[in-house]
Design a protein around this ligand. Structure first.
Ligand SMILES: [Zn+2]
Ligand SMILES: [Zn+2]
Length: 743
């Protein structure tokens, strides 16, 4: 043994060897849960098929994978599921650029990305990978469309929608950021056209209520849910208008109702037509709705206002002029609100632009106006129904046939899927689907007359509404039982979603649709209608203090890092560099740190194991260092307790820090023994190897390849005992579980 050369840390060799074993053994295929075993479905984010993992993905999957490995090691049945969000503009635009059908581009990209993920050692059940653009998959998006349509949760309306001239498509309001297109960042405008909407308003209150009780959701993810909900608390009261008309108005300023100076109506308020009676007012309103006013103009200084000319009696009896403005929507949704310039900055700005409203009074500190009779507690939500149809060809075809006699008729479920032609080659202008008679021409399912298929497709946001479901169903059963498979009850709700903090909108709508499917039937077993029992959002990865972009030339390529340092180093570096709630400003420092740590640990462990054989035992010497071994044991116990809590909380940066500290302690132990006795006794050496083996066990979720090789080298685990269980000598509950029982 002593003559054996020091094993160098050859990451490529180690990682290839471990990955070959995992694959051969099927270590990460979703198990059939045994009785009494906890079922843990970990759902990382579903990326677009862009062709390359970026560092944000590496961060996401390194966290999710570490958590999945940890739960497996603790004896739970774990499903780490994965699928691609493969429809939509990003793939379509990339395909246009390369002049190839999007279907081919998506397949190439998916293959490449899966290769990257396997090289990084992520323990997904790769047999369950799916693409939202596969027929067998989007068939169920169409089923979901018909199911929600049938339940009255999808409707079609000729309405102003956000339109991007560059991308030539309508956008959902959550795809509009500061008046700009989420995709191309150009300004968007409102146009009118028939559009399909998903009705989320019936579930806003329940989403709101549930948000307060969500256990195991981190602050970042909860904050996004509250932001998207956009709840305002206040009062509402019924005002009496001319000709016996009344209007319910909302205000968050309950203490200053008497200082209301005008009423502001949303252009989408159901009664707006009644208030905008005069011809010229209607015309002005129409211009506002369809005239292409820019989204960015939606602040109080420049937002359009239409004076209806009408007035209504205010809470203090005085006449309040009634105006229409989309500013209401941006603040409280499609409602009517009191304008109270005395206490509300935006209302003051507006009043300054109105001939008929005077902001004359102020409310002093602690002052209140008399309570308005009939005022009652009320709340409003800014979140609203969103458009789901797009004029693009790379998307799920909407299963609707337009018949001149019957109107829009749903395609019967038995005829699903409505197949998207695979050879379609978008050009970027118009919708090529509309140019394909083989797609467009169809018989009306109701009367049999010649009719036309809907050529709008579903936005990929719609596919995403159920992207967390397919991984829970064995691929062979997906055609028949995607929403009725008994395994759904095993795996759902997902124990943990791990996603970037820009996923709040997706998650919010997934929560809505889960509740709808609960009420409709398929998900009746998810009582609270929550798809994710736990959720961790993480911030993005940037470089040089800026977002990574080709344009800035600061893109960090995971492949290059893995080739240079190995997967374990990259994983450890990403986790160590920052806590999930912090933006990760990438630097080589983290890689250097992780690389040095793994190398040191590798050499140190192998050296100590190799030396063990030659170490003699002397009872007297052993007795003299007993207290030091005791201390080492305590360090191990404390370290294990901390690390267990950290990983259970998905605070992987803390866990990695505590692991590196544990190595320092093991080294410190040796120094103290040597200082006292000149050398280690066999009892010391064995205690030290035990500590190093424990260290490798807790390292396994983060740097699984290196950790498993070290466990084998320690002689304490055979190949058949890997992946090793989480060390159990210290009984510490997972923080996640204890949080659930503590409340
Ligand atoms: Zn755009
Ligand atoms: Zn018909």
């Amino acid at each position: 043994m002593t003559s054996k050369a020091k094993p160098t840390y050859d990451a490529a060799r180690i990682e290839a060897a471990r990955q070959a074993v995992w694959e051969k053994r099927g270590d990460y295929l979703a198990p059939r849960p045994a009785d009494g075993q906890d079922r843990v479905y970990v759902k990382p984010s579903s990326p677009f098929t862009s062709g390359n993992l970026h560092m944000g993905h590496v961060r996401d999957y390194s966290i999710g994978d570490a958590y999945a490995r940890f739960r497996r090691a603790r004896g739970d049945a774990v499903l780490l599921g994965f699928g691609f969000d493969a429809f939509g503009l990003p793939a379509e635009l990339a395909a246009i650029e390369r002049q190839e059908p999007p279907a081919e581009w998506v397949a190439e990209c998916g293959e490449r990305m899966l290769g990257q993920m396997k090289r990084l050692g992520f323990s997904f059940d790769y047999d369950r990978v799916f693409y939202s653009s596969d027929e067998g998959q989007y068939r169920w998006s169409q089923w979901l469309f018909l199911t929600l349509l049938d339940a009255g949760l999808i409707y079609r309306e000729d309405t102003p929608v956000d339109w991007c001239d560059t991308c030539q498509t309508t956008l959902a309001s959550i795809q509009v950021e500061d008046g700009r297109c989420w995709r191309c960042h150009n300004e968007v405008r409102l146009i009118r056209r028939p559009t399909w909407f998903l009705r989320i308003t019936p579930y806003l209150e329940e989403n709101d209520r549930n948000t307060e009780g969500l256990q195991n959701w981190d602050d970042l993810s909860l904050a996004t849910q509250r932001y998207i909900l956009g709840r305002s608390d206040g009062v509402e009261l019924d005002l009496e208008g001319p000709e016996g008309r009344s209007l319910t108005v909302f205000s968050p300023h309950r203490q200053a109702l008497g200082l209301a100076r005008f009423v502001l109506l949303s252009p989408r308020h159901p009664e707006v037509e009644a208030w905008a009676g005069a011809q010229e007012v209607r015309e002005e309103l129409e211009r506002m709705r369809s005239g292409g006013w820019e989204r960015s103009a939606r602040d109080a200084r420049s937002v359009p206002i239409v004076d209806t000319g009408a007035s209504i009696a205010g809470p203090a009896g005085e006449e309040l002029p009634v105006f229409v403005s989309p500013l209401v929507d941006a603040r409280y949704g499609p409602t009517a609100a009191l304008g109270v310039p005395a206490v509300d900055e935006a209302d003051r700005e507006l009043a300054g632009r109105m001939d008929r409203a005077v902001a004359d009074e102020e409310l002093g500190e602690g002052e209140e106006t008399p309570p308005a009779p009939g005022a009652r507690e009320a709340k409003r939500y800014r979140a609203n129904d969103f458009s789901i149809s797009r004029q693009r060809s790379w998307g799920t075809p909407i299963p609707i046939i337009h018949c001149e006699q019957c109107g829009p008729v749903p395609v019967p479920e038995a005829e699903l899927p409505v197949v998207l032609p695979r050879d379609i080659k978008p050009t970027g202008e118009g919708n090529p689907l509309a140019e394909r008679p083989d797609f467009v021409d169809a018989a009306c399912p109701r009367c049999g007359a010649a009719a036309k298929r809907e050529t709008d497709t579903l936005d990929c946001h719609f596919d995403a509404l159920w992207l967390w479901v397919p991984a829970a169903v064995p691929p062979a059963d997906r055609d028949e039982r995607m929403f009725t498979h008994p395994d759904l009850r095993e795996w759902l709700p997902a124990e943990r979603l791990v996603a970037g903090n820009d996923s709040g909108g997706f998650v919010f709508d997934q929560r809505v649709v889960t509740k709808a499917l609960r009420d409709i039937g398929p998900f009746s077993f998810i009582g609270d209608g929550e798809p994710f029992a736990g959720c961790l959002f993480h911030e993005m990865v940037i470089a040089d203090g800026r977002k990574m972009s080709k344009h800035l030339g600061n893109v960090v390529n995971p492949d290059e890092l893995v080739a240079a340092h190995g997967a374990d180093t990259v994983r450890l570096a990403v986790l160590y560099a920052a806590g999930p709630a912090k933006t990760l400003n990438w630097s080589d420092g983290a890689v250097r740190f992780a690389s040095r740590f793994l190398r040191n640990l590798w050499i140190y462990t192998h050296d100590r194991v190799a030396a063990l054989e030659g170490v003699a035992h002397d009872p007297e010497a052993a007795a003299d260092t007993e207290h030091l071994r005791d201390r080492l044991r305590k360090w191990c116990e404390n370290g294990l307790a901390r690390i267990t809590e950290d990983v259970g909380d998905l605070q992987m940066h803390k866990a990695v820090r505590n692991i590196t500290r544990l190595l320092e302690r093991v080294q410190d132990f040796e120094k103290r023994v040597v200082k006292r006795r000149g050398q280690l006794d066999r009892a010391d050496a064995e205690a030290q190897i035990a500590a190093l083996a424990l260290l490798a066990q807790v390292l396994a979720p983060f740097a699984p390849h290196t950790a498993e090789e070290l466990l084998l080298a320690s002689g304490r685990f055979g190949e058949g005992e890997l992946p090793a269980p989480w060390p159990g000598s210290v009984a510490i509950p997972v923080a996640a579980d204890s949080a659930a029982t503590a409340s």
